[in-house]
Every structure is written in structure tokens, then in C-alpha cells.
Write a protein that binds this ligand. Structure first.
Ligand SMILES: NC(=O)c1ccc[n+]([C@@H]2O[C@H](COP(=O)([O-])OP(=O)(O)OC[C@H]3O[C@@H](n4cnc5c(N)ncnc54)[C@H](O)[C@@H]3O)[C@@H](O)[C@H]2O)c1
Length: 416
């Protein structure tokens, strides 16, 4: 089978490698010439796809291009383009629209088109299919259309594309069969749904579930702080229950391309039905407050040692949005740095996964130099490469937003 992939980012590139390793020919298309040129040289911008895995496939089973003509002889084309938010947290489907229009120009009878980008229910049927029909072909008869959400979790190694069940929903039973056949090449289990809408909403449910539960534990962390109770001890204790509880950890707020954004796709669509999605709004509100709460915690810790925030040198340990990856998208570290700067603090950072943060005009410092030159070190994202015992031993003051210093008792240590 020849598979085309539109959008060679965090989702598209691992998918291309999975199909190529399963023996398919892959055409990877991206509108960004630098992305295409990098992949053509065997370079990977996605940490989960090491260059040693990618390089032997490029030019052999994976061909990369900016030219849509390369998609015309593919049996299936999968769309993995961004779905961000526009102003006022409304969906921005411009990338999906543009991918759909460009594909319509080369679409051929019998092809299968699958949308993987996270979006609200109805996008595949009511938005993508009509765009593809501008080709003159009819969706569901001349060509097939399905939705199948990506469930990738960057940095995770215990579950892979192969071992994570794949949801698919097609416009027609034949669309579903074709999509199930496609994904059975790379996934051990394909879960068939009755419609693209059910698959679109299932993906949103997964992300909203996480967002709401993270907000719940963050709200309890703020309350525990006031009550003088250790939230980490509470979470550890609750997690000993073998049923009816799922562990979520407090932290500096949510980041990444999914959790801070996707729930608002549903909130937007729900408004068309006069339905306020209150859990989504409330979770968003609480999670957005978390960087403010963290900065307040730093200010109080400095105050306790007789220092004002103004002029204090604050080191952020970890600036990516999650452990083990270098992705800065929507990272709460950026907001924390901005808030600290507004208070007159001098901000620096150390992150083994992030060389520089252009938005803050900062470069990662070597750990020893960073620790010796700060007044307070804040654990914002806990990467496994950092030795936190050393951090507590060498920094004058440590504020830990991630609970990685549990087990260490020291007078210079404050935890969320
Ligand atoms: N990153 C994740 O962990 C993750 C997980 C699950 C779902 N998703 C969803 O998958 C989708 C893609 O996310 P991502 O993280 O891979 O984004 P990304 O920004 O890493 O990659 C998207 C790529 O698409 C390219 N692109 C944009 N418009 C295009 C067009 N019209 N034609 C061709 N290429 C185009 C961009 O240049 C970019 O290289 C989003 O809807 C996201 O919500 C992401």
C-alpha cells in the first residue's frame, strides 16, 4: 500500500516511520520547505523518532516533498496538520482547509482520505468532505473518508503506535472498512466506531478527562497550601486505593499542543447547540491560574529568606511542557518566566532538552553554573537527567512544583 501523509510534525513523522517500517511506501508532504529538507537529509525534529531510525528509511521507503502531485498515486492519504485556537479560543481550521483544498486538486477515484488532526465532531463530514468534493468526485462513493484520532504521547515508550488501539470512524461502511484495513498495517488493534463524529468526540473526551482531572488536583494543591497539608502525601495516599481512583499530579499548569487547546474545540461546537460545557471552562480557568500560583509560591519563599522578588535571580529547571521532551508549545514555564520578569526578577534556565527559548531571549545554562548563580531554583519540568539531590545541595533555595524532591528534607526546600 502507498500511503501519503500531509503534515510531517509530531504526529505525521512517527506515522510515516510506522508505515514505512511495516513495509508500505510513504509520501510525506509538508508545506514547510525546511521540514522537508531536514527529513530528506535523514534529520528528525521529533524526539520519539531518532535519526538512526529515520535515516535508513528516507529515500528508500519514505519520500518527502512539498508537491501535492506526489499524493495522486497514493492508496490512502492521512492529514496530520495543526488545529490551533484563534482569537477568543475559537477553532482555527485554516490548516485543515488548506490541506483539504490542495488535496482536492490531485484527488483520484478510489483513494481513502483520513483526518487525524484533533477537532470537533462534524469536521470530517461537514468541512473536509465538501472541500475534497471540489475535485468533482463524491465522498463515500468515488473516494472514501474517515476520521482516526492520533493518540501519541510524546516521550512515552511503554505504549507505541502499534500497541495503542486505533479508533476509526468512516462516512460509510466501506470508508470504515478501508480505514480499518489501512491502520491494521501498523496497529495490533483497530476499534471501529459507527461514525467520524463518534471518533472525533472520543478523542476530545480523552483530552478533556485529563484536563479536568489535572484541574481538580491543582485546585486541591492550592487549598492544601493554605491548609498546610502536603498535597503529594495526599495524592500518594489516595493512589493506594486499588479501584475507583486514578492518579493525577498537580504542577505548574498544562502545556503542549493538546490539553490547553482541544477542549475548547468542543466548547465552541457546543455553543451551536446552546449547551455550555462548564467542566471544560472551569478546568481551563483553574489550570491557567496555576503559573500565577507558582509565582506566588516563589515570591513567598523568597520573602521568607528576606529577599524581594525584584532583583532576585530565579533559575527555572525545565522549560518544556513535559518531562523528557523539548516541546515548548504552551509551556507554563514561559508564563512563569514572564510573570517573574514583571516582578523585576532576573530569569535564567537549565533544560537538557531545550537549547534556547527565543520568546524569552534565553539560552540554557550548564547546571553547575546555573545553580551557583541563582537565588532560587524552581523545578518547573522535572527531566530525568537532572540530579535533584544536587540541586537541593547547591542552590540557596529550591521551590519544587513537581514533587520530585519528595524524600528529601532540607531547610532550603519548598514544595507545591
Ligand atoms: N503532538 C501531539 O502530541 C499530538 C497528539 C495527538 C493529536 N495531535 C493532533 O495532531 C495534529 C497535528 O499536530 P502536530 O503536533 O503533529 O503538529 P506539528 O506542528 O508538529 O506538525 C504539523 C505539520 O504540518 C505542516 N503543515 C501545516 N499546514 C499544512 C498544509 N496545509 N499542508 C501540509 N503540511 C502542513 C506544518 O508545517 C508542520 O510541519 C493536531 O491536530 C494535534 O492536535 C497532536
Amino acid at each position: 500500500m502507498k500511503v501519503g501523509i500531509i503534515g510531517m510534525g509530531y504526529v505525521g513523522l512517527p506515522l510515516a516511520v510506522a508505515f514505512a517500517e511495516a513495509g508500505s511506501e510513504v509520501v510525506g508532504l509538508d508545506v514547510d520547505r525546511r521540514v522537508v529538507e531536514g527529513i530528506a537529509r535523514g534529520e528528525s525534529t521529533v524526539e520519539d523518532v531518532p535519526a538512526e531510525r529515520l535515516a535508513p528509511l528516507v529515500g528508500d521507503r519514505i519520500e518527502v516533498t512539498t508537491d501535492h502531485a506526489g499524493l495522486s498515486d497514493c492508496d490512502a492519504v492521512i492529514i496530520c496538520v495543526p488545529t490551533p485556537l484563534a482569537h477568543r479560543r475559537e477553532p482555527d481550521l485554516a490548516y485543515v482547509d488548506s490541506a483539504g483544498r490542495s488535496l482536492a486538486a490531485v484527488l483520484r477515484k478510489g483513494q481513502l482520505v483520513v483526518l487525524e488532526s484533533t477537532t470537533y465532531p462534524g469536521t470530517t463530514r461537514d468541512r473536509l468532505a465538501p472541500l475534497l468534493e471540489e475535485s468533482g468526485l463524491r465522498a463515500g462513493t468515488d473516494f472514501h473518508v474517515a476520521f482516526s484520532p492520533e493518540r501519541i504521547d510524546p516521550g512515552r515508550t511503554d505504549h507505541t503506535i502499534r500497541t495503542t488501539p486505533k479508533l476509526v470512524g468512516g462516512l460509510t461502511p466501506t470508508c470504515l472498512d478501508r480505514a480499518a484495513e489501512l491502520y491494521s498495517l501498523i496497529c495490533d488493534e483497530v476499534v471501529r466506531l459507527s461514525s467520524p463524529e463518534a471518533a472525533e468526540l472520543a478523542k476530545l473526551l480523552e483530552n478533556i478527562f485529563r484536563s479536568v482531572n489535572i484541574a481538580l488536583v491543582n485546585e486541591l494543591a492550592m487549598l492544601s497550601d493554605r491548609m498546610g497539608i502536603d498535597i503529594w502525601e495526599v495524592v500518594d495516599a489516595a493512589a493506594t486505593k486499588p479501584f475507583g481512583f486514578m492518579r493525577f499530579e498537580p504542577g505548574p499548569g498544562m502545556g503542549g499542543h493538546c490539553l490547553p487547546i482541544d477542549p475548547f474545540y468542543l466548547a465552541f461546537k457546543a455553543r451551536e447547540y446552546d449547551f455550555p460545557t462548564e467542566f471544560i471552562e472551569l478546568a481551563g480557568k483553574i489550570n491557567q491560574q496555576q503559573p500565577h500560583f507558582c509565582v506566588d509560591k516563589v515570591v513567598r519563599a523568597l520573602n521568607d529568606v528576606g529577599r524581594p522578588a525584584r532583583g532576585s535571580r530565579v533559575l527555572l529547571l525545565g522549560v518544556s511542557y513535559k518531562t523528557g521532551v523539548g516541546d515548548l508549545r504552551e509551556s507554563p514555564a514561559i508564563r512563569i518566566a514572564e510573570l517573574l520578569r514583571e516582578l523585576g526578577a532576573e530569569v535564567s534556565y537549565h533544560d537538557p532538552h531545550v537549547e534556547s527559548v527565543p520568546d524569552l531571549d534565553l539560552r540554557s545554562l550548564e547546571l553547575g553554573e546555573a545553580l551557583s548563580g541563582c537565588d532560587v531554583a524552581c523545578v518547573v519540568t522535572a527531566h530525568p537527567e537532572v540530579d535533584y539531590e544536587r540541586v537541593v545541595a547547591e542552590a540557596p533555595l529550591v521551590v519544587d512544583f513537581r514533587g520530585v524532591t519528595r524524600g528529601i528534607e532540607a531547610p532550603n526546600l519548598v514544595r507545591l
